[in-house]
Write a new protein. Sequence first.
Length: 94
Amino acid sequence: MFSLKSRNHMCWSWLLQDSQRLKASITVGDEYLSTKDMNKLRATFKMLWRVFQLAFRVHNFAGGHDDKAEQLCCSVSKEMETYPSSFWLELVNK
């Protein structure tokens, strides 16, 4: 059986894969995206942000010794950097 930690890591990995698939199907740099596509990207970005926050808290709680959480933080942050900067501004302005 998988531990809860392993299951969470698998779910987070699936989220990263879904994000990459979504961006591959939509041209992210295009200014003329449909509202539906932009909403999908925003929702995925917000979920990535939440996963990053949780993984960062887990990593800090473990005293910096949780390798999976550290790898997840790095992977999610790299993925989030590929999203439009306007999404970051939306998070800040909330």
